[in-house]
Design a binder for this molecule. Structure first.
Ligand code: TRP
Length: 328
């Protein structure tokens, strides 16, 4: 009789640093949703990581809640996946301390995100050891796979090195996590500055579509999105970054390839094409927005409480095992 193999574990984290936007949804969350059927998933709101950039207290509290709302609205089902706040489990910080002994200062100095972020936030130790906490997030639940964007692959590589060193020095307890690359999400660019990633930064509101934007706002943002010179719709990221971005967005929300999408729209004028993209975006986003707006803060706190209770079970097990290995 064949036995069913246990599901592999997926872990990913998202910072609660503001409204979720189309870039997050198409780049990551849609993928998180898909993975629920094949994996045992942990989705963590990494509020300890966000302290490295000194967020405002009240904003942070609301952003944490709104981030879980976004996850649920996109289709992450708290009955299937474990959704929780990182700071509700002390296990992350405790394992991080332990793992810091398996990581070299030189390795942390080479992290490109540290170099970038320290220009804005200073060279404090939190920012410096950020990747070790991230390793602890992943290893505390013994994750097999981690869906992350390109900007996080260096951190994941370090996690693998840390896990390997621990396993070699003590005992093989950690699986070596790999990047989940099932159809990596679309890289959505700003509608106003298509050479830069769509982001939550407040100076590019017009270039970013938020989960809370109503239909009119979506239409307005599409209308004012930059197109490129010429009038022919073609996929050419270098010379037509604006149009190419809209093509990618359209392909992603209609679950088609860029080639297929291009075939369907190639004869359109820029103006009609933008209207078409905004219609499709409205059909895609309005049901998500409706769920989002219907979720109360109270409901979210209940989801996170149940999530952290479930997450605590595996985190406890791992920490006991780690401490046994170390003799503490
Ligand atoms: N550093 C990740 C980011 O900024 C967030 C994160 C924290 C994370 N811990 C994680 C992602 C663990 C994956 C796994 O996007």
């Amino acid at each position: 009789m064949s036995r069913i193999a246990p599901m592999k574990t997926v872990f990913s984290g998202i910072q609660p640093s503001g409204s979720v936007h189309l870039g997050n949804i198409l780049g990551a969350l849609i993928n998180w949703k898909r993975m629920q059927k094949d994996y045992s998933c942990y989705y963590c709101i990494v509020d300890l990581h966000s302290l490295t950039t000194f967020p405002d207290k009240e904003l942070l509290q609301q952003d944490k809640i709104d981030t879980i709302k976004s996850l649920v609205a996109v289709g992450i089902d708290p009955n299937k996946s474990i959704v929780y706040f990182q700071s509700d489990l002390p296990h992350h910080a405790e394992l991080s301390w332990i793992l810091s002994n398996f990581c070299q200062i030189g390795e942390l100095q080479r992290m490109t995100q540290y170099k970038d972020k320290s220009e804005s936030f200073g060279t404090h130790a939190g920012l410096f050891t950020y990747p070790v906490l991230m390793a602890a997030d992943i290893l505390i639940h013994k994750a097999d796979e981690v869906p992350v964007g390109d900007d996080q692959t260096q951190h994941l590589e370090l996690t693998r090195d840390i896990a390997t060193r621990f396993n070699q020095k003590y005992q093989e307890i950690f699986p070596i996590p790999s990047r989940n690359s099932t159809k990596t999400g679309a890289r959505v660019m700003s509608l106003r500055h298509p050479e830069a990633k769509m982001s939550k930064s407040s100076d590019d509101i017009a270039g970013t579509i938020y989960i809370t934007d109503d239909d009119e706002e979506i239409i307005k943002k599409l209308k004012t999105s930059v197109t490129d010179s010429g009038s022919k719709i073609s996929y050419d990221k270098e010379n037509k970054p604006g149009i190419s971005n809209l093509l990618e967005i359209l392909a992603s929300i209609t679950s088609r390839s860029v080639e297929q999408t291009l075939n369907e729209v190639s004869g359109m004028q820029y103006g009609d094409f933008k209207m078409h993209v905004s219609d499709e975006l409205i059909s895609f986003l309005s049901p998500i927005r409706e769920v989002y707006l219907g979720l109360t803060d109270k409901k979210i706190l209940q989801i996170s409480k149940e999530g952290s209770e479930k997450a605590k079970i595996t985190a406890d097990e791992t920490l006991v095992e780690v401490k046994n290995c170390l003799g503490i």
